[in-house]
Design a protein around this ligand. Sequence first.
Ligand SMILES: Cc1ncc(COP(=O)(O)O)c(C=O)c1O
Length: 462
Amino acid sequence: MTVVHEVLRSGDERVSARAAELYRRELDTLVERTPASAMLYERARRSMPLGVASSFQAAEPHPVYLSRGNGAEVWDVDGQRYVDFHNGFGSMAVGHTHPAVTAAIERAARRGTHFAVTTEAAVEWAEELCRRFGVDQIRFTNSGTEATMDAVRLARAATGRDEVVKVEGSYHGHHDAVMFSVAPSLQLVAATDDTGRQPPASLGIPAVLSALTHAVAFNDLAALEAVLAERAGRVACVILEPVMMNIGIALPRPGDLEGVRRLCSAHGVVLVFDEVKTGATIAAGGATERYGVQADVVCLAKSISGGVPAGAVGGRQDLMGLIGNGVAQQGTFNGNPLAAAAGLAALTEVLTPDAYAHFDRLGRRLAAGCRAAVAESGIRAHVVDLGCKGCVSYRREPLVDYRSFLDTDPVLFNASWAWMVNRGIFMTPGNEEQWTLSVQHEDRHIDRFVEVFAGFCAAVAG
Ligand SMILES: Cc1ncc(COP(=O)(O)O)c(C=O)c1O
């Protein structure tokens, strides 16, 4: 397979060089601005690998550690305030300390924080998720990782097959079955053969498992068709993010999700939508609702639970009925009362139809402002928005798959991230991420982002 690379024009090279210089300067500023974070980092490194609770939280030169949040804003341990567009990796569509969610958690806490017995709130929360995502039944988990792990197990049990097809360069959590072709290097991508198999993306995963997981490009129905035909009778499931969101944002081409649905049905393969990021953010019923394509199994987490750790796996009755009939799905904290209270309040009181209209309006405003700044400066970038998610990716043309993501300019992203964070815009440090808006974001927060971003574009364009 060939990897196509845009040849950098000399103007783009000058912009990249300026971005590298600007990044160095902004990192120096960041270090000066955040001495308390630097000290906490030194301390945290002694008790936690990389000084963080999850490797995704690590950052150069050190993480900016937060102490609190309120509404659309967060404060770091140095006492500096930011408008939050990171929003807990996309988990906080409700915003911070939302009165309805906080009240629900307080009420639940006073009644007992954990029983490991199902409460009525958990039942109501399950009913609301079934309604939103068009599934018959759901089971709760504690994370998106557990949700996709359970989905793969259900698919294997239902089909009696072992193999998994996923999308090249996609992340579905850190359990073994999906830790292949997560963020492969250019060299690895170029060396991948037509079976789409790759070595494990982490030490500690048996290499033999790479025989079970195949990767195909997003938006490439022909490749999917070929692998399903070649592996006929062996593939249990196709798992994909209906909108690919761990590379910035790649939208499905018109008809693509319908095509994936058709191919899975034709081959007796379980279709799993990983809606951990898209669920409850790009529409009430996530991509399932937005694109009108129904998967067999849906995986949820992040914004479905108002900022309390939780996930869910849901599907048709014939699949979910396997739980209790041979398929193991369990967990001490599944459906925990605090999570159920927060999730139910988030979905029924906060993330209402008005909230999704608000996301669409603010998202469009933010994207339009960023697009104008990009056009004015002439830097190579494009902007996408979808509900409360959106991003600037440093490539002129929209992304279609992981290989097009490899064509983005990480130097420009790094410089933009440091520039923004030094000016009070809190963003995720990684060009594979996107912004997440909350119901508590207002026009002034959006306008501040645009103002700071436009300053970056002008600075880097020279
Ligand atoms: C698409 C997708 N699936 C699954 C996961 C795993 O979720 P968690 O971090 O809750 O385990 C993530 C996490 O970022 C994700 O983005």
